[in-house]
Each structure stands twice: as structure tokens, then as C-alpha cells.
Design a protein around this ligand. Structure first.
Ligand SMILES: Cc1cc2nc3c(=O)[nH]c(=O)nc-3n(C[C@H](O)[C@H](O)[C@H](O)COP(=O)(O)OP(=O)(O)OC[C@H]3O[C@@H](n4cnc5c(N)ncnc54)[C@H](O)[C@@H]3O)c2cc1C
Ligand code: SF4
Length: 518
């Protein structure tokens, strides 16, 4: 038997034939290793759409590898003897295949990196971890940017990225004379609604995906969510079609309605490309280039194109830098000492709060919610309620088809829950129900009133907003960006404080809501 030179490890979110792990790959000497293991679906209670997304994309990638003539050792979840975890499966396969070394592209998850390192060390095998060149910036470049800075704001990093990669630049200046068109990108829909939004591009499951759907429904029957409308892009060709459809149909209005919400429609003018990007079916360079081209061709306005590019070249790269420069301590942060449990209805959508019910229903049905629903509906409610950040993190990592820890954790712990004490955001993103009322018509169909902070019809967001400010008054007083809100809370009388506290306690005890008293 000829010796296996390199076993190239490919994880479920590394589905790229051009990844660094394949540099120098020789089909006569090397082989690829992939494994479906239950632990990746159970270490957080993953939703059916998320599990199916990863498995379907992995199985299609396996076919692409075979077509490219790269020998592959692939363990299916349902194959006899599947070891159940990445570490255990890799260990068993190393004993069987006896490679001289392991090679992989840097993984996106701290836990997985530790597990693979442990197997390599135990087997006394060299493990070569190669740069993930999927990203514009390396972790080292981000660390260099971060060095010596007191705060790590996305905006400065983003400007460096624009210059370094010559994106939307005219010489040394940003195209259009401004770096940021955020102020133009905050519109809500009129009372008539979003109008004729193009239908979302759907990919009907082929035989491979149907087999995965049946497997997930059988094996993970108790997990949240449904696969009845699964239509995500799981192949490279489908991912490219998704990109093309977004640029042609949605990008022109992306910026304008970036923060808007509409009941029953999570898709709106968003791209729905996050899962394809995070599983590496799409490269951010081709996504940014397609958007920039649409601006130069006169197909989409600058505010939309800049707004979209900022999400990819700015936010996406910035959160990755935060993750890898702050882990592993980052995952333990709880700056606001939040201790409450995540309400059980986050897993079912069974609440009478119209905005939350809608966001949760879409999440469970599609494994998707748009950014503003994640930040200002589900995230805001957990923050105001004071849910322990690790529980919020476990929920976000479980439910979305695009959830991979390097991107999910900083968004949840940092941006949404302020659990990192200000590494990512200069203040907690807190608001009353009136914010949701401004950005969507949900409140019209809700039994609660966003203008009321106490009493039986008070919107729980509004009650909990004031309760949040009261609970954290002393800490927030030291934050200049919170001074207005702190001044407002200082004006409350003792009676008003008492009323807010009583209502907040009733909400916490679950006495408000579908099964509660009021
Ligand atoms: C609490 C919370 C948890 C989140 N968890 C995830 C997650 O697990 N995976 C994930 O990909 N995104 C996450 N996000 C960021 C963002 O909400 C999603 O990327 C976006 O909603 C995906 O939908 P889309 O592809 O239609 O995005 P669009 O609105 O079309 O945006 C375009 C692209 O920009 C990128 N992007 C946008 N916002 C962010 C951001 N804040 N951070 C990183 N990339 C961004 C994504 O790749 C996205 O596809 C989270 C946000 C919050 C507030
Ligand atoms: S009233 Fe409050 S709970 Fe109801 S939809 Fe509006 S913000 Fe959501």
C-alpha cells in the first residue's frame, strides 16, 4: 500500500475547491477527509434547517470533489460505525488510513480547532493549518489594526479595507466623497408595504438534498424548525445564481430598506447570501466585485452598493477579527451580569408579541431572519430581559442556516447583548417598542401598546427598556453615549419606577403572554 502523504481535512463550512488546504494537492499521494457527525448538530440544539443546510452542502461538495478527481474519505451520519464527533471520527480514520500528516484551512470555530489539534497531538501527527484566504483580511492583519487602539470600531477598519483592496475608491478618496451612506439607508416602508418585492430565488431539493431532509427529519425529529420549505442554495452553481439574482433584483433597493421590517416577509431586499458565503460556496471577493460593478454600470445607486459592501468588506471581516483576537475568553463575557433564562418560546415561537412571533416563525421555518429582526427584535428582547449571554449565543448558533461561531458569537455577545462591555459597540443597543413601531407595522396587529411602559397593555419591550435603564443606571451613567437615556430614567418618580418594576417582574415570571394572566 502506498503511503498517504496528506489527509486534507475539510469541514462543513469549508466547501471551496480552491481553498488553501488544496494547494499542492496530488491525487496520487493525498486524500480528502470529510465527516458528518451528530455532535455538530447537538452541541447546540441545532434547528432542522441548519443541519440540513450543512449536510446537503457537504454532500454536494463531495460530488464536486469526486468530479475533480480528488480521492475522498467521507463518513455519513447514517453510516455504520460513525464515531459521533469530529475528534473521534478523525482519530478512527487516522488509525485506518495512516497519513503522514494532516492539512487543513484554518477552521472558523475555536472549539473545532482545539479538537483537531488534540487528535493530531495524540496521534503524534504533524498538522499544517493554512491561512483562510477566503477573507480579505487575515487575522494577523486585523490584529495589527487593533494593536494600540483603545476601541475597535468597525468604521476605521472598514476604511482601511476599502483602501487596501481598492474597493469603491477614486485614488485615495472614497467614490462619492463619503465613506458611509448609512444615514440614507434607514427607511421604513410606507403603509402600503414593500410592494412588488421580487420573489426569493428557490432551489427545489434534488435527490441528494431530499435524502438529507429525510435523514434530518428522522434523526433530529425533536429539534426545532421545519424543512417543508427548504430551498437554500447548496451547490456552487446555485450559490452563483443566488448572487446574480440578488444583484439584478434586490441590490438597487437594498440600502434604502436595510432596516425595514414587514410582517410575513423576512426576505425583502436582503441578499440571503450569508449561508452560501459562510459555507464558502461563494467568495466575498466575487460578491463585492459584482456589487461594485452594478454601481459602475448604473444598475444600483451608490448608497445601496456602499451599504451592501460595508456589510461584507466591513462587518463580516471585522467580526471575524474580533472573534479570533478575543477568543477563548470572549465566549465567557457577561459585562451586564445577565442571569435570566432564555424564554422557552424562543424555540417554538409561541408568544403573543406580534413582532417576536413573526421573527421566530420565520426563523424556525426557514432558518433565516434578516439583520434587523436578529438585532432589534429577538436580540433586543433578550438583552432587555437580561438573559444570560451564553444562552442567547447557544440559541443564535442553533437556529440560523448561516450560523458559524466566528460570525455568530461577536454579533450576539458583542453587538446585540453588550456582554463584551464595549469591545464591539460603544453602548448597548436598547430601544422601546416604539423603534419596532417605526420600522414595521407589527404593533398595529399586536395586543400591546408600544407607547405604554406600565399597565396591562404595556408593550413588554417598552416596560423592559425602562427596567433595563433602572437596573443599569449606575453603570450606564458613566457612558457619554447613554447620557440622554440616563437623564430620562432619572426623571421617573418612585411610583413610576415601582409600576415598571412590577410589570417587568410579571413579564419575567411569564405572567404576561399567551399562557399568562394579562
Ligand atoms: C444577534 C445576531 C446574530 C447574528 N448571527 C449571524 C450568523 O450566525 N451568521 C451570519 O452570517 N450573520 C449573522 N448575523 C449578521 C446578519 O444578521 C446576517 O449576516 C444577515 O442577516 C444574513 O442575511 P443576508 O444574507 O440576507 O444579509 P444581508 O442583509 O443581505 O447582508 C449582506 C451580507 O453581509 C454580511 N453581514 C451583514 N451583517 C453582518 C454582520 N453584522 N456581521 C457579519 N456579517 C454581516 C453577511 O454575509 C450577509 O450575507 C447576526 C446578527 C445578529 C444581530
Ligand atoms: S407592541 Fe411591542 S410586542 Fe407588540 S409588535 Fe409592537 S413592539 Fe412588538
Amino acid at each position: 500500500m502506498t503511503e498517504l502523504r496528506s489527509l486534507v481535512i475539510v469541514l462543513g463550512d469549508q466547501l471551496d475547491l480552491d481553498a488553501a488546504a488544496f494547494d499542492g494537492f496530488d491525487a496520487a499521494l493525498d486524500a480528502v477527509w470529510m465527516a458528518e457527525v451528530a455532535e455538530e448538530s447537538t452541541h447546540v440544539w441545532s434547528s432542522k434547517p441548519r443541519i440540513a443546510m450543512f449536510l446537503a452542502a457537504m454532500r454536494h461538495f463531495a460530488l464536486e470533489l469526486q468530479a475533480a478527481g480528488r480521492p475522498l474519505h467521507y463518513s455519513r451520519l447514517d453510516s455504520e460505525g460513525n464515531a459521533g464527533s469530529l475528534g473521534a471520527q478523525l482519530k478512527a480514520d487516522i488509525l485506518r488510513l495512516r497519513p503522514a500528516r494532516l492539512v487543513m484551512t484554518a477552521p472558523g470555530d475555536w472549539r473545532v480547532l482545539q479538537a483537531i489539534r488534540a487528535v493530531a497531538e495524540a496521534g503524534d501527527l504533524p498538522l499544517e493549518i493554512r491561512e483562510d484566504r477566503h477573507f480579505f483580511a487575515s487575522v494577523r492583519e486585523f490584529a495589527a489594526h487593533a494593536r494600540g487602539r483603545k476601541t475597535l470600531r468597525m468604521e476605521y477598519f472598514y476604511r482601511e479595507q476599502r483602501k487596501r483592496h481598492d474597493v469603491l475608491m477614486q485614488g485615495d478618496e472614497p467614490v462619492g466623497g463619503r465613506w458611509n451612506f448609512d444615514a440614507d439607508n434607514r427607511e421604513a416602508f410606507s403603509a402600503d408595504g414593500p410592494g412588488a418585492v421580487p420573489p426569493r430565488i428557490r432551489f427545489e431539493p434534488d435527490a441528494v438534498t431530499r435524502e438529507v431532509i429525510a435523514l434530518v427529519n428522522a434523526r433530529f425529529a425533536q429539534h426545532p424548525g421545519s424543512l417543508d420549505s427548504f430551498a437554500w442554495p447548496v451547490t456552487r452553481v446555485q450559490a452563483l445564481k443566488s448572487l446574480q439574482a440578488f444583484v439584478e433584483q434586490r441590490l438597487p433597493l437594498f440600502g434604502r430598506y436595510q432596516d425595514a421590517m414587514w410582517p410575513g416577509d423576512p426576505w425583502l431586499y436582503h441578499s440571503h447570501l450569508s449561508a452560501a458565503l459562510n459555507l464558502k460556496r461563494l467568495n466575498p471577493r466575487e460578491v463585492v466585485a459584482a456589487a461594485e460593478r452594478a454601481y459602475h454600470d448604473g444598475h444600483a445607486p451608490l448608497a445601496s452598493v456602499e451599504g451592501f459592501i460595508r456589510q461584507i468588506l466591513g462587518w463580516r471581516e471585522y467580526v471575524r477579527g474580533i472573534y479570533w483576537t478575543q477568543m477563548p475568553d470572549y465566549a465567557q463575557r457577561n459585562a451586564l451580569n445577565a442571569r435570566a433564562d432564555l424564554p422557552a418560546w424562543y424555540w417554538t415561537g409561541d408568544t403573543d408579541m406580534a413582532c417576536l412571533r413573526d421573527a421566530l416563525a420565520q426563523t424556525l421555518t426557514h432558518g433565516y431572519a434578516n439583520h434587523i429582526q436578529r438585532l432589534m427584535v429577538t436580540g433586543l428582547y433578550a438583552l432587555l430581559l437580561g438573559v444570560e449571554p451564553r444562552q442567547v449565543h447557544a440559541w443564535y448558533l442553533a437556529v440560523y442556516v448561516d450560523a458559524v461561531e466566528w460570525v455568530e458569537l461577536p454579533n450576539t455577545l458583542g453587538m446585540s447583548q453588550y456582554a463584551d462591555g464595549g469591545v464591539m459597540g460603544s453602548k448597548p443597543y436598547v430601544a422601546t417598542g416604539k423603534y419596532i413601531q417605526r420600522m414595521s407595522p407589527h404593533c398595529k396587529a399586536c395586543r400591546y401598546d408600544p407607547a405604554q411602559r406600565s399597565g396591562d397593555s404595556a408593550c413588554p419591550f417598552t416596560t423592559l427598556y425602562w427596567d433595563f435603564l433602572m437596573r443599569h443606571e449606575a453603570v450606564l451613567a458613566g457612558n457619554p453615549r447613554m447620557s440622554l437615556q440616563v437623564k430620562n430614567v432619572a426623571r421617573l418618580t418612585d411610583v413610576q419606577r415601582q409600576q415598571v418594576s412590577e410589570r417587568a417582574t410579571a413579564i419575567r415570571r411569564g405572567e404576561v403572554g399567551p399562557s399568562g394572566r394579562t
